[in-house]
Design a protein around this ligand. Structure first.
Ligand code: ZN
Length: 152
């Protein structure tokens, strides 16, 4: 299921509507590629909405929801979707989970303490490295196949 946020449909972000529909089509167009490359729960709910700050996307492990900001170019958005789907896969395969304590995650059996607002620490989290690398590889592969034909 793909939802375009109310703020884009009717609110302050109406100027993003056409782009949001473009993102919706992008998800549909690459759905099979996503399914081949990433083992996510296919009941995933996408929400297309402006996200505060420089965040391009968010994957929520609690309710199988992925939010995507449409204010990027299509290649970056496609890479973001792939990145967030890797997180969905990590959750589905139980390779990434919670301890029950705040700011703790378990990745491949090891407990990590996460810090708020520390960007370097964020980038170094092993589940983020995995998501970045596999999303980049996904884009590269499409690009080599000649199937990465996107609007600007
Ligand atoms: Zn991430």
């Amino acid at each position: 299921m793909i939802t375009i946020a109310t703020s884009i449909r009717y609110g302050n972000y109406k100027h993003l509507f056409n782009k949001a529909v473009g993102v919706e089509r992008l998800i549909q167009k690459y759905w099979n590629d996503f399914r081949i490359k990433f083992d996510f729960d296919t009941r995933v709910k996408f929400v297309i909405r402006p996200i505060r700050g420089n965040t391009n996307g968010i994957a929520y492990d609690t309710d199988n929801r992925i939010e995507i900001d449409p204010r990027r170019d299509y290649v970056q958005i496609l890479e973001t979707i792939a990145h967030e789907l890797v997180h969905s896969e990590q959750t589905k395969q139980n390779r990434l989970s919670r301890t029950g304590r705040n700011r703790e995650r378990v990745y491949h059996g090891q407990v990590y303490h996460t810090q708020v607002g520390n960007y370097t620490e964020y980038l170094n989290r092993p589940w983020e490295k995995e998501a970045r690398e596999r999303a980049a590889a996904f884009i590269q592969e499409l690009s080599h196949n000649g199937t990465l034909a996107l609007e600007k």
